[in-house]
Every structure is written in structure tokens, then in C-alpha cells.
Design a protein. Structure first.
Ligand code: NAD
Ligand code: DAU
Length: 352
């Protein structure tokens, strides 16, 4: 399928910036439009190396703005949408659920509506690709995997808002015949990850010799995927995925938080020339996250068998690349951890 004008929302964020870079470099015959309002999580520094590419365009806009989004569809006639813009941090959703409902539900609905208004008279070669999360499935016990057939059972305001947006996307397919695909991915890690999330937060705290706040007993399990592998999966699904279908994306790479944190400490000691065991002394067990999902693990067989995608970067390799990136980009880290984030960190972690 050939798409000429592609709107990518949330392209200044963590995953979005890797998706933008991947598409801009690989598809010089496409016009790529990055639509982002630059919340605390959006950062144009993430795109410095590609901002001058002739096929890259920036649209500073809010996905919830009805008139402006409709105008942009009329003006640019995007024939494909890859929608990543969202509020993405579970802890923030517990503090401020309404912001998540507004961006993740209403923002998605607004994009769907503008896309429908522009193309419903002829859907040929059009596609709306919604990027979602494995958290919509809720939690697993000690065994089992999430498949595309697992019923939705979200437990946090974040995952409830993502589940709701997934349902709206599907409803536009059923009701208006809108061609869509959805993917539900596990935890990403890699360069440009905002340091409120586990891996970059702990890398930053180890550098600064600050406590590593592990929630509860640390026996929570996540399935980790290197962000560039996610960008490759998104490319595959956007071009070759079947309309009206969902694909799970995962790393086949489950880690209990506490084991991951210890591995990170060992790697960081090594890279920083610290003595063995030094960073581990920073581990502090703190009050648990309310509604904390015990375990996520993805069965990514469908995307492997149907589209030939599988992860290409091992966890040790990916973590090492990630740590190196943060050590080499200290200024990026300092810039994003000053300002608003400083207050968030102080407020959130001093109460645990
Ligand atoms: P992020 O928080 O790093 O980036 C979100 C981006 O969206 C930012 O650039 C922000 O400025 C932009 N944005 C927020 N509200 C907006 C609005 N109203 N209008 C326009 N732009 C807005 O998020 P991320 O971790 O890169 O996640 C991207 C997407 O992938 C999200 O939809 C998330 O649910 C999904 N996802 C994330 C992960 C993960 O591990 N990070 C895993 C699976 C799925
Ligand atoms: O599974 C996909 C999801 O992964 C995405 O949809 C979300 O956008 C993304 O933020 C991520 O959600 P998690 O809640 O799993 O990620 P987070 O990095 O916040 O936490 C990972 C695990 O580490 C989780 O079990 C909570 C724990 N944790 C987190 C933080 C920030 C701690 O123990 N201490 C911390 O300070």
C-alpha cells in the first residue's frame, strides 16, 4: 500500500521521535507531518538530527482542538495517520485522570472524526493506525500471555483511557467502514525516554547517586522491547497489516523489576568505573503504586507469523546502548529534569 502524506501524532515524544526518524529516513518519497503540542514529554531536541530533511514537517497543534485538526485534514489531505500522541505515565494518571481522558479519549476521537469527515466518501488506500498498549488487557498472574483475543480489563486511569480510545477506533471501523489497524505493545526502553519511567529514572538517579525507589516488593514483571524494534514493527503493520485488525508487539523478554534494577546497577557500576555493588546500595523499597498490575507478557506470535517481525536487539545490548546514550547526552537529561519535572519528582517521591 502506498501512502503519500502521513500524519504522525506525538512525534516529539519518546517512541514518536524514533518512528518519525525511521519513516523520514526510510521513505524519502513520503511527506511526514509531525503533529505535537509539546507537553512536558514532548521535546524537539529528540529530532535535531532530522529536522532539516526535506520530507519532514512540524505542526504544533493540540489533538483535542476540533477546528484546527479538521482544518489540517482539509489543507494537507493526510492519507495515513499513525497516532501516538497521548498522556503516557501511569503514576500521573492516578493523580490527574481527567487530563488522560481529555487527551487519550477525546483527542483520539477528534482525530478519528476529522479523518472520517475528510475521507468517508472514498476510503481507498486510506489508513488510521492507532498505537496502543498491552496495559488495556489488565494484569496477568504468574503464568500466561496476552494474545489479541485477551479481553480488555484495564486497571489504571491511563490504561482505561487507552482502552476507551481503542474501542472508539474499532467503532469507526464498524460504523463508518474506516480502515484501521491497532497495535498493543509492551514496555519500551531506549534513548530519549523521559526520566519519569523506570529505566531512564533509575539511570539518572544512579548517575546522581540518588535513591532508586522500587515500588512494593519489586516482584512486578514487565516485558521489555527496544524502542527501535517497536518503530520497525510500526512500519511493518502500517504497510502490511490487515485492515480492521489488532497486532500485539512484545519483546519475548520478561523481567521482574527488582532483577532488572540489579542488572542495571551492575552495568552502570561497570560503565561509571564504580566498585561492584555500589549502585545496588541505592535501592530503596517504597510505597506501592495503587492498582499496580502484577505482570504483563505479550504473545507476539501473530506479528511474527503474519508479518515476519521479531525483535532484533537483545536486552543486554539494548540496555547497554541505552545507558551509553544517557551518559553521552547529559545535557538532554539536565534540560528535561529541570523545570516542571523537578517539582513533579519532589512532590511525587517525597510522599512515598
Ligand atoms: P511520551 O509521553 O514520551 O510522548 C507523548 C507525546 O505526545 C509527547 O511528544 C507530547 O507532547 C505529545 N502530546 C501529548 N498530548 C498531546 C496533545 N493533546 N496534542 C498533541 N500532542 C500531544 O509517550 P511515549 O512513551 O512515546 O508513548 C507514545 C504512545 O505509545 C502512547 O500512545 C502510548 O500510550 C503508547 N505506548 C507506549 C509504550 C511505552 O512503553 N512507552 C508502550 C506501548 C504503547
Ligand atoms: O506496558 C506498556 C506501558 O509501559 C506503556 O503503555 C506506558 O505508557 C509506559 O509508561 C509503561 O507503563 P509502566 O507502568 O509499566 O512503566 P513504568 O516505567 O512507569 O514502570 C515500570 C515498572 O516499574 C512498574 O511495575 C512500576 C515500577 N516502578 C516505576 C517507577 C517509575 C518502580 O518500581 N519505581 C518507579 O519509580
Amino acid at each position: 500500500m502506498f501512502k503519500k502524506k502521513i500524519l504522525i501524532t506525538g512525534g516529539a515524544g519518546f517512541i514518536g521521535s524514533h518512528v518519525i526518524r525511521h519513516f523520514v529516513k526510510k521513505y524519502s518519497n513520503y511527506e511526514i507531518y509531525n503533529l505535537d503540542i509539546l507537553t512536558y514529554a514532548g521535546n524537539l531536541e529528540n529530532l535535531k538530527d532530522i529536522e532539516d530533511y526535506p520530507n519532514y514537517n512540524l505542526l504544533l497543534e493540540d489533538i483535542t482542538n476540533e477546528d484546527r485538526i479538521q482544518d489540517l485534514f482539509t489543507e494537507y489531505e493526510f492519507d495515513g495517520v499513525i497516532h501516538l500522541a497521548a498522556e503516557s505515565h501511569v503514576d500521573r494518571s492516578i493523580k490527574n485522570p481527567l487530563a488522560f481522558a481529555k487527551t487519550n479519549i477525546l483527542g483520539t476521537l477528534n482525530l478519528l472524526n476529522s479523518f472520517k469527515n475528510r475521507w468517508s466518501d472514498n476510503w481507498k488506500d486510506k489508513r488510521f493506525y492507532h498505537i496502543s498498549t498491552d496495559e488495556v488487557y489488565g494484569t496477568l498472574g504468574e503464568t500466561g500471555l496476552f494474545t489479541e483475543e485477551t479481553p480488555y480489563s484495564p486497571n489504571s486511569p491511563y490504561s482505561a483511557s487507552k482502552a476507551s480510545s481503542d474501542h472508539f477506533v474499532r467503532s469507526y471501523g464498524e460504523t463508518y467502514g474506516m480502515p484501521f489497524v491497532i497495535s498493543n505493545c509492551s514496555n519500551n526502553y531506549g534513548p530519549n525516554h523521559f526520566p519519569e519511567k523506570l529505566i531512564p529514572l533509575f539511570i539518572n538517579n544512579i548517575i546522581e547517586n540518588k535513591d532508586l525507589p522500587v515500588y512494593g516488593d519489586g516482584n512486578y514483571t514487565r516485558d521489555w522491547l527496544y524502542v527501535k524494534d517497536h518503530a520497525r514493527a510500526i512500519d511493518k503493520i502500517f504497510h502490511e497489516g490487515e485492515n480492521m485488525k489488532t497486532y500485539n508487539i512484545g519483546g519475548f523478554n520478561e523481567w521482574k523489576n527488582i532483577d532488572l534494577v540489579k542488572l542495571l546497577c551492575r552495568l552502570m557500576d561497570n560503565k561509571l568505573g564504580r566498585s561492584k555493588g555500589e549502585s545496588e546500595k541505592l535501592i530503596t523499597f517504597v510505597k506501592d503504586r495503587p492498582g499496580h498490575d502484577l505482570r504483563y507478557a505479550i504473545d507476539a506470535t501473530k506479528i511474527k507469523e503474519e508479518l515476519g517481525w521479531e525483535p532484533s536487539v537483545s536486552f543486554e545490548e539494548g540496555l547497554s546502548l541505552t545507558i551509553d546514550w544517557y551518559l553521552e547526552n547529559e545535557e538532554w537529561l539536565i534540560n528535561v529534569t529541570s523545570g516542571e519535572y523537578k517539582n513533579y519528582y519532589q512532590d511525587f517521591y517525597s510522599n512515598r
